[in-house]
Design a protein. Sequence first.
Length: 325
Amino acid sequence: MRRISPVLQQDGVDSDLIALIKTILAACREISFRVSQGELAGVLGSTLSENVQGETQKKLDVIANELLKEVILETGVVKAISSEEEDDIVAGNPRGRYLVTFDPLDGSSNTDINSLIGTIFSILPAPTDKEADDASMFLQPGTAQVAAGYVLYGPSTMLALTTGKGTRMYTLDKTYGGFLLTEDKVTLPKYTSEFAINMSNQRFWQAPMQNYIQDLLLGKEGPRGKNYNMRWIAAMVGDVHRILCRGGIFAYPADNKDANKPYKLRLMYEANPMSLLIEQAGGLSITGTERILEIQPADIHQRVAVILGSRHEVETCLAYHQKAL
Ligand code: AHG
Ligand code: MN
Ligand code: MN
Ligand code: MN
């Protein structure tokens, strides 16, 4: 089985970027180890603090954030980082060629139940004409990403990675300590009969999403003419992983449960990297009205509606939204 460096070299990825990706993975390996130790490592439970997203931080949110921040800034090739768990960007080397954004621990609510969690990251080119503490550097659409990936801490620790030449999957070999290529060309099936959505929000969605899901629930007897199955892992990283493995549609649409927070997922830390992985595997990722990767961000912590997965299913969901216009 192939190690990660030769695969990236073969794709023409430059050596600084390879080194940066490997550094991120070294931090993820450390997170993976602590996660697997669970209560024994004293990493479960919550802290007393709240993050900029208004969420109570889990101990693992903070530990994972600190680990990643430290090693990424030490590489010397990163101009600044931006994290779900940091109020502001953190400046690095003013001459660094890259910016890194990350969700250090996705699926926080799963930490204490020994269920799926992961780390999501995205790498952008650093503009040369801005200072390292200028947050506007990060306001680039997802199409600008030079790499995106996640590490899933499951029964095995897996990496999904793209540098724009398809999506590949690797599995952490804990005896050797590195990630080995286990799926060279992830390809999403075009059609699916599986959806992932938090159904408890149904009454808060807008009409197009209500109608779309209603028709899935009607199954064989409804307009879709087949029965659908539902899955919800409560960690985007787990749901997206399942979709990359066997297709499906995942949605966290707009809702009016909380007037100040119509969307849940974060554009820079979650939606953009996952959208690139999905598109590079032949899928689609939209808000309902536009392609996520083309959104011009206005704020590093911006949230967005997300509908992604198998191409035909996402296109069908899009048609429900367009019909409503
Ligand atoms: P995070 O743990 O990084 O804050 O993200 C959690 C997100 C995402 O992973 C998941 O899809 C969603 O929250 C789960 O939401 P529900 O609580 O509605 O299930
Ligand atoms: Mn969070
Ligand atoms: Mn998350
Ligand atoms: Mn998180």
